[in-house]
Ligand binder design. Sequence first.
Ligand SMILES: Cc1cc2nc3c(=O)[nH]c(=O)nc-3n(C[C@H](O)[C@H](O)[C@H](O)COP(=O)(O)OP(=O)(O)OC[C@H]3O[C@@H](n4cnc5c(N)ncnc54)[C@H](O)[C@@H]3O)c2cc1C
Length: 485
Amino acid sequence: MRVHPDRIVTHADGPPRRDARYVLYWMQAAQRPSDNPALDCAVEWANDLGLPVLVVFGLMADYPGANIRHYRFMLEGLAQTAARLTEKGLGFRLRRGSPPEVAAAYAGEAAIAVTDGAYLRHTREWRARFAMDAGCPVYEVDSELVVPVRRASDKREFAARTIRPKLHRTVDEFLTEPLNVRVAVRWPGDGVRLQADTGLERREAPPDAFHTESDLQDLDRLVETLPVDRTVHAVTRLYPGGPDHARSRFEAFLDDRLVYYSDNRNQPHTDDSSGMSMHLQFGQVSAVRLILEAKKHLDSYGPEVREQYEDFFEELLVRRELAYNYCFYEPEYDSYAALPDWARQTLSAHAHDERTPLYSLEELEASKTDDEYWNAANTEMRETGYMHNYMRMYWGKQVIRWSPTPEEAFRRVLYMNNRYFLDGRNPASYANCAWIFGLHDRPWTERDIFGKVRIMVPAGLKRKCDMAAYREKVDRLVRFMNGSV
Ligand SMILES: Cc1cc2nc3c(=O)[nH]c(=O)nc-3n(C[C@H](O)[C@H](O)[C@H](O)COP(=O)(O)OP(=O)(O)OC[C@H]3O[C@@H](n4cnc5c(N)ncnc54)[C@H](O)[C@@H]3O)c2cc1C
């Protein structure tokens, strides 16, 4: 096996099933046809056994916290991924149902089952349940991180400064060109009927609930028939999903915008960051690939982009992997109780400070506050599914100021973050929402309401950023979303 052994976690060991028909890859986190170490493992094993690979995706309509915005983006990506996998000679099945159950149904004819990286509570439980039901060896491959989460550290890290040296020490071992192993035995074709197909057809009662890979060719119809939360709109017009879009967007970033990356980190009216977070959230692009491509760019352009490359590397490696470390080692990552003691104590000491004005969650969601900058940021998030990093910090901090208690502020920040952002519901969502309340940060000068938790104030925004230009940008984006540009 050429995939780095520290990427592979054994959930159920043993010899491959005899008389099997394929090696199964249960795809969930890494929704991409290349630069995918889980897929590489499946193909390598299949090649050794002289079998084809079947990739299976379980589509559940009530995925925790997901709404039509997320589903649409994900399905756009899956349509591209399914097409590429088929071209490469792999089988692909999309079935409605709980992901581990769909995977287990197909494991019955598999020699070996491989799945990709799981970092959140429910996805880790799914892997464990699947391993019990599969009846064949099951391996999980850490597919979404540069340095696998267990290898980077064996505990919840305190801050960026504690995980950084660990990541820097090991990163070169993992920052290698993805294998993209070619299949030796092609999937025999789509006439193939499998036990699991017929079994799942029987179990899934209403006909419109039974989706197949061919439905991906008519996305509008597929999306229409999904019984999912539609109270938030899709944002395809601005941010189409999929590995192909991720690649072209990243190329444009490297060619035209990386050079401004460091200078514009706190300039929300600009668009000089990579825009990769939404694609990373659905595994449509690999973090290893992004760093390798940025490094090639550095090699060709030299010192002119060194600072920019290093800042980008810090975000994508250190900040992102710190967030994954938090969710992996902190079982209550989505809870106020998991904040550092000093932060909870200082917020609690100021819990009775006067808060005026106080806004309801509905007022916040509708951008009805007396802060025009905050309203613009919130509108960008609600209408487009994205927000510049600098405004995300400001946005979250003000919610503390305007909520009756810090606990309620925490619930609101996380709720809105995960409901509206395309990149929401990700380890970076939980860690950064908690950062607003002091996680991975240090105590600052004591103030009202916030205690020693870092504050951000409108005057600071006004001084450092071109807020008039930011508001114009948001107006433009909203007009574009409404079809009037
Ligand atoms: C309150 C708040 C909420 C946030 N919510 C989310 C969220 O739901 N999902 C999410 O992916 N990020 C979140 N972030 C982190 C960051 O704002 C976004 O990752 C970034 O703005 C995405 O834009 P980009 O891809 O252009 O980033 P770039 O600047 O191009 O960075 C490259 C990549 O590095 C990673 N990254 C950058 N900043 C961070 C960070 N602070 N923590 C972890 N990873 C980082 C992302 O994967 C990003 O795509 C949040 C930050 C704050 C302060």
